[in-house]
Ligand binder design. Structure first.
Ligand SMILES: Cc1ncc(COP(=O)(O)O)c(C=O)c1O
Length: 391
């Protein structure tokens, strides 16, 4: 590839971070002016807003009526930890991971909860665990969309509808962009800061009737801090699933989430959100197909994420470098793009193989990705020139 000039067009919005993700198109702070600030979240106005957030979540995601939806503390991590600490231990568990966040949940089960009956199934970055290997009569903890590798579960076909175990699914970078088969999932968690471009700090915990049954019939052997407690006196704390949060939420964040859900509804709901992410992936896919020096980290199209899209530099002159040199090269490309103001925060996750990670969820405009692609070629070429100089 010859030296190339900086592209003429620039993305109107350079925010391609994988979380917190870009705000919805047209978002302004003025849109939050209806937030009941300085009021108690337990006053009618606060409770109404929280209940609305739950109802709109159900409507947009298509969550079954008999599943509970709760707003919980500490973002997606809080929701996952709450589920793991409250539910695991009743039967053996298969801990399934193919990137950094999934591996984090493995660590919790094995090293923190010290579950004796934990079986660990892992795949390297770019690949996915063979779901046929999983024993669904065990509890199963897994991530639907591995944000740091850009590898997602293609569908829920391998999960039996009748299973003895509970499936606990971290779906934070999948919810609102990918189909989630609720009949196959007993716990689904996500944070507002991902596909809808909301704020961090609050998590959403969705529970199937079977998960609720476990909660009310099983008491873990370990103590549970107040912040994790979903039951009281052996009964589900139903209030959590009606907007009576365990502790104080930010009503500004709630208002922002309501704004995002309203936008989602206005463009056509889940189908429209998925279509936007798919279209965005299509832009990147065309660029990758047209350039032989860049490739997806995800090995096959079926497992390729349409939200956290992870790319690697594949030319032999780059793959022939040491791991540290490849890392420096990829960081150089990301930093050039940031300096040019055309892409913020798109370096690969710190534990992932060197490369780029571009968020393509619903709040990102395809036109911005179209404008970004030639800049990646430009930054790549500029970084190659520094290699040649150093040689
Ligand atoms: C798959 C996955 N799980 C968990 C988290 C942690 O999310 P939070 O910071 O919202 O708790 C992230 C954040 O990127 C993630 O991508």
């Amino acid at each position: 590839m010859a030296n190339i000039a900086p592209p003429a067009a620039r993305p109107a919005n350079p925010r391609f971070s994988s979380g917190p993700c870009a705000k919805r198109p047209g978002w302004t702070l003025d849109g939050l002016s209806d937030a009941p600030l300085g009021r108690s979240h337990r006053a009618k106005i606060g409770k109404t807003k929280l209940a609305q957030a739950i109802d709109d979540t159900r409507a947009v995601l298509g969550v079954p009526d008999d599943y509970r939806i709760g707003i919980v503390p500490a973002s997606d991590t809080g929701a996952v930890e709450m589920a793991m600490w409250s539910l695991l231990g009743a039967r053996p568990v298969d801990m399934v991971a193919w990137e950094s966040f999934g591996s984090g949940w493995v660590t919790d089960a094995v090293k923190q909860l010290k579950l004796a009956d934990a079986r660990v199934l892992e795949a390297p970055y770019g690949e996915i665990v063979d779901f046929a290997e999983i024993d669904f009569d065990h509890d199963v903890v897994f991530t639907w969309n591995g944000t740091t590798s850009g590898v997602r579960v293609p569908n829920g076909d391998a999960i039996p509808a009748t299973r003895q175990g509970l499936t606990i699914c971290d779906a934070t970078s999948a919810a609102f962009a990918q189909d989630l088969p609720y009949d196959k999932l007993d716990v689904v968690t996500f944070s507002w800061q991902k596909v809808l471009g909301g704020e961090g700090a609050h998590g959403v915990l969705i529970l199937s009737p079977r998960a609720v049954e476990r909660l009310t019939t099983y008491k873990p052997a370990w103590p549970l801090p107040k912040i994790f407690r979903l039951t009281s006196g052996g009964k589900l704390i139903e209030g959590i699933f009606k907007g009576e949060t365990i502790n104080t939420p930010s009503m500004l964040c709630v208002e922002d989430y309501l704004d995002a859900l309203q936008w989602a509804k206005s463009i056509g709901g889940l189908e429209a959100l998925k279509a936007r992410a798919d279209k965005n992936l299509g832009v990147i896919d065309r660029f990758v197909s047209a350039n032989d020096w860049i490739g997806f980290l995800a090995k096959t199209p079926e497992i390729r994420s349409n939200t956290s899209v992870c790319l690697q530099f594949t030319a032999p002159e780059i793959t022939g470098l040491s791991k540290d040199e490849q890392d420096a090269f990829a960081k150089g490309v990301a930093s050039k793009l940031e300096k040019e103001g055309v892409a913020l925060d798109i370096g690969a996750y710190r534990d992932a193989p060197p490369g780029l990670r571009i968020w393509a969820g619903a709040t990102v405009e395809a036109s911005d990705l179209e404008a970004l692609m030639p800049w990646i070629a430009y930054a790549y070429e500029a970084q190659r020139a520094t290699l040649a100089q150093a040689a």
